[in-house]
Design a protein around this ligand. Structure first.
Ligand code: BMA
Length: 957
């Protein structure tokens, strides 16, 4: 955009959120924003039929949602996530809600020939009225609607009314109607009771998890959840811009051998047939094209404009870990000279070429299956990452800072791929901004998950609006790597999860109509530059060859799999499968005790099986599964269901989760260069389930809803490290150490291999070897053979009750330490009191260094900053301490002093579990019988603070 033009800008609005990778500037076009914050009392939300049949009317925020409006007006009593509020607030989702405001139309607006109302997001089923004239309907939360309102608006005062139908009532009515008119149910008919949700989300195009999920509460919102505004113009206006950048050679580089053809596809709405000026340029450069194009009356037409970029003039964009994330701003102007109107759209993107490889692994023996991996700018990429769910069930509560915090965690843990899972939402612009900036590819599901879906003409029309909106909205994103039609619906159909098995062909017909004939066809037409897969898990090309519903969508030799097993020993890598790509795998745990305390009336009354914990555990049988895994690996407190044991059970649940994830992820990574004779192996992707939480409840997450890192996040930093020494026991009972690398740079160093017994800080074996890592290889670099282990009395794989378990400990400078328990620390007598002492010192205003000293090997040292701001992390946590001292740091986003940290710091290790005071009577349900109102947590805290003080004093002396 030229400087001259900048000075002409009369209205520059950041239509997306403010850290935006696209912006719209107008000149000569009139806009009236209808957004308004709640505090200004401009919008009112009302329902004719409140809890007791009375009318409710409260100030509303736009963008916003009814639950937050009611919460802010104290109609809901307390915060939405507090205690049982999700159950108590169910009435809200079962009512119709109407949002109203007045606005003024100036003569300049009114005299324009085209006046439209743009609703970027209405949640969900609504009729929109201006001055009581119906101007349009919405039936899809994910569609943008542009309604013609020329004849409805008038100069001066106007009223807009958006009347939402209860999403629950709508979905359930549609379910009944489908059954009545077509004679079959779009299954499942109902959720399991543990979900505590609303049924038949599949009938409404809305965040599916808003009706509840196995990790989240039911909060089916209503509201104007994105921007809403009036636009008035005489000529034409840019509606969307897509970008296609093609290099002239299959492997682009940064030399003049590469040229990029960059095409902007400009979608516009026009009230005229006319020749206009179109320009496309790189901001702050001379790279530009200006041309005259003929535009035609109508909505959604497009014109293309191209320019050329020379390879030596731009730098490539690389995923996290492979290079820098170079991004450039471009500008597209559509200028209608006749009316002196211009729309200008600025977008930011980078240059990369990415392909999904699905070649046969052995052309001469095709039954060995196909590859499944990405190649970026000619380099093979091992996908490391996770699956994200919405950051809050109420979209209006999601903030840009929270989004950045989450993606920062993903970046810090070396992730290069996030799958935006199909039961939530197409993520915000801010989410994609940071994905672009941090080098995290987005595997974008369409929002269909875990159900059969309708394929009526009416439903397909509603879906088309969503595909059109979202593909055009997200297509230019550098981080967007692949579209996927749904989550698990190919598998659900094939394996009859929901009761479709009585007529497989009927449901398959609907499956194909929806995902293949509609979504795939349309997406590929709009965005031929991206790979499209039909489901996850899927066998990719093989699923297609089998008619889109493979005989076994979990085939290890094709595509991706989701893997869950909560009953086998998850510290033993033998239980995991030799898949090409694990796009989901995980174990449950709970948020920190301190985080749960924030949503509890009195956390000290909670126990493992207390009603509140049960309420926040939506996965059927989940509490028992976690408990059994804890029992398998840790000293299990007999009174596990007591207030005393509660904080420790939460701690061990996190340990159980991380050990499963660590074992599984390292197993996948070790398989990156190995293939069995049957074709299994050559794993090239590990995306764990799940990156983040939606609320404070039981889940598979690594980052809590308010941003606190669970131990799984700390472990992701380690198990995804670019170079990692990974130990495992082979079938002969030897400990093998492999050096895994997806680090494109050379790496070498001295690997120290030690074996400790839990009884002593002196290693019983201590060896060192020089190692060199090789990109995309996991090579054996050291073995401690079985006879050596036996001579050390460490050889038995009888895992429980060892009186003095052994642990292998690996140190390789520049990579995270790693360990392998040769016997599990189940025996409480085997754990020694470490007397952990910490000394704190300021590094800078946001960072405190922590020196930890121990008297004994301390498994799973766990530090918590109990402060409520949650936004901080330790440089390591949950670690095995096998050295006398260790130094780590704590970083706080808002700043912290050593004194402040000391007041809030809890430190514990597995030894603390053995100190639980056994109550004479176990404090079982009902929790009211509890007499004690403090658990052991405060005791640990007090001891820690005392120990810190002593340690500091000793240091001074
Ligand atoms: C998967 C996901 C989610 C679910 C998770 C844990 O398969 O796709 O539907 O939350 O498992 O059960």
């Amino acid at each position: 955009m030229s400087l001259k033009f900048i000075s002409l800008i009369v209205a520059a609005i950041c239509i997306a959120e403010c850290h935006a990778a696209f912006e719209t500037y107008d000149s000569g076009i009139q806009r009236i924003t209808l957004n308004s914050i709640r505090g200004l009392n401009v919008w009112t939300a009302s329902s004719k039929n409140g809890t007791e049949g009375e009318e409710i009317s409260v100030p509303a925020g736009v963008p916003g949602g009814i639950y937050s409006d009611l919460e802010e007006s104290n109609v809901l009593g307390s915060a939405v996530y507090h205690e049982y509020n999700d159950m108590e607030n169910k009435w809200v989702g079962r009512l119709d809600w109407t949002f109203t405001r007045d606005f003024v139309v100036s003569p300049e607006v009114n005299e324009k020939s085209e006046i439209v109302l743009v609703c970027e997001g209405l949640d969900t089923v609504a009729e929109v009225f201006i001055n009581d004239v119906s101007v349009g309907n919405s039936e899809n939360m994910f569609a943008r609607y542009v309604f013609d309102v020329k004849s409805a608006v008038k100069e001066g005062q106007n009223t807009i009314r958006v009347a939402f139908r209860s999403p629950v009532e709508y979905a359930q009515t549609k379910f009944r109607e489908h059954n009545e008119t077509l004679g079959y149910k779009v299954v499942p008919e109902s959720l399991v009771p543990e979900y505590r949700g609303e049924n038949q989300a599949q009938m409404i195009r809305k965040m599916q998890a808003a009706f509840s999920w196995d990790w989240g509460p039911s909060y089916p919102n209503s509201g104007i959840w994105k921007n809403i505004y009036i636009e008035a113009y005489n000529g034409a206006i840019i509606r969307d811009v897509m970008i296609f950048s093609e290099p002239n050679q299959s492997v682009p580089d940064e030399s003049n051998a590469t040229t990029w053809t960059v095409t902007a596809r400009v979608y516009y709405d026009s009230g005229i047939d006319e020749e206009v000026d179109l320009s496309f340029e790189r901001v702050d450069s001379t790279v530009a094209t200006t041309t005259k194009v003929n535009i035609t009356i109508g909505k959604g037409n497009s014109v293309d404009i191209s320019l050329t970029e020379l390879g030596d003039q731009i730098k490539l964009w690389w995923p996290n870990g492979y290079g820098d994330q170079n991004l450039y701003w471009y500008n597209v102007d559509l200028n209608v000279p006749q009316f002196s109107e211009t729309t200008s759209r600025r977008l930011r993107f980078g240059f990369r070429k990415v392909e999904l490889i699905e070649d046969f692994v052995d052309k001469d023996n095709v039954i060995k299956g196909r590859e499944f991996y990405f190649v970026v700018n000619g380099k093979q990429m091992y996908s490391k990452g996770s699956n994200s769910i919405p950051l809050h069930v109420l979209t209006e509560k999601i903030t840009n800072d929270q989004t950045e915090w989450l993606l920062r965690a993903a970046k810090m843990s070396h992730q290069n791929m996030i799958r935006v899972w199909g039961g939530g939402m197409y993520e915000t612009d801010t989410f994609f901004d940071y994905a672009d900036e941090y080098g995290i590819f987005i595997w974008e599901d369409f929002m269909f998950a875990c159900a059969m879906y309708p394929a009526t003409d009416e439903y397909l029309d509603i879906v088309r609006q969503e595909v059109d909106t979202q593909v055009k909205r997200l297509q230019y994103r550098t981080s967007l790597v692949m579209w996927a039609a749904n989550n698990e619906n190919e598998a659900a159909l094939r394996h009859d999860w929901y009761g479709s098995g009585w007529n497989f062909d009927l449901y398959k017909g609907d499956y194909i109509k929806l995902y293949i004939d509609t979504i795939k066809t349309m997406t590929e037409e709009l965005d031929p530059s991206r790979k499209f897969i039909s489901s996850s898990p899927t066998n990719g090309i093989q699923s297609q060859e089998e008619g889109w519903v493979a005989a076994d969508p979990y085939d290890l030799k094709y595509g991706d799999i989701h893997f869950y097993n909560y009953v086998s020993d998850n510290w033993d890598w033998n239980m995991f499968l030799r898949t090409r790509y694990a796009s989901e795998y995980g174990f449950q745990s709970f948020p920190h005790y301190e985080s749960l305390a924030e949503v509890a009336n009195d956390i000290t009354t909670w126990t493992w099986d207390s009603p509140m914990m049960d309420h926040r555990q939506h996965h059927p049988g989940g509490q028992k599964e976690i408990r059994d895994l804890i029992k398998m690996h840790f000293p299990f407190p007999e009174n596990y269901d007591s207030t005393e044991a509660f904080p420790y059970m939460l701690y061990m649940a996190q340990l159980s989760q991380i050990m499963g994830q660590k074992t599984q992820t390292e197993f996948y990574r070790r398989l990156m260069d190995k293939m069995d004779t049957d074709g299994t192996g050559h794993n090239m992707g590990a995306l764990y389930w799940q990156l983040n939480d939606i609320w404070e409840g039981c889940s598979w997450a690594s980052v809590e809803a308010k941003g606190r890192w669970k131990l799984q996040m700390y472990y992701a930093v380690k198990f995804f490290a670019p170079v990692l020494a990974s130990p495992y026991l082979n079938a002969d009972g030897d400990v093998v150490v492999e050096l895994i690398s997806d680090n494109p740079q050379r790496f070498s160093g001295n690997l120290k291999v030690q074996v400790f017994r839990l009884s002593s800080l002196d290693a019983v074996l201590d060896e060192e070897v020089h190692v060199e890592a090789e990109f995309l290889k996991s090579k054996e670099v050291f073995t401690v053979n079985r006879t050596t282990l036996e001579s050390l009395d460490c050889g038995a794989r009888a895992m429980s009750d060892a009186s003095d378990p052994c642990v292998v400990y690996l140190t390789l400078p520049g990579t995270p330490d790693n360990f392998l328990f040769l016997q599990y620390p189940t025996n409480k007598l085997a754990l020694r009191q470490p007397n952990l002492r910490v000394a704190l010192e300021a590094v800078d205003a946001k960072t405190v260094s922590i020196s930890i000293e121990t008297d004994a090997v301390a498994p799973f040292v766990f530090l918590t900053n109990a402060r409520e701001d949650h936004l901080g992390y330790f440089s390591d946590n949950g670690f095995l301490l096998a050295t006398k001292t260790k130094k780590i740091e704590y970083y706080s986003e808002s700043g912290i002093t050593p004194q402040q940290l000391q007041e809030q710091l809890n430190v514990m290790s597995l030894f603390d579990v053995t100190t639980i005071r056994y109550a004479t009577t176990t404090t079982r349900r009902p929790v009211e019988t509890t007499t004690r109102n403090t658990g052991n947590k405060p005791l640990v805290q007090t001891l820690t603070v005392l120990m810190c003080a002593l340690f500091l004093l000793l240091q001074k002396l």
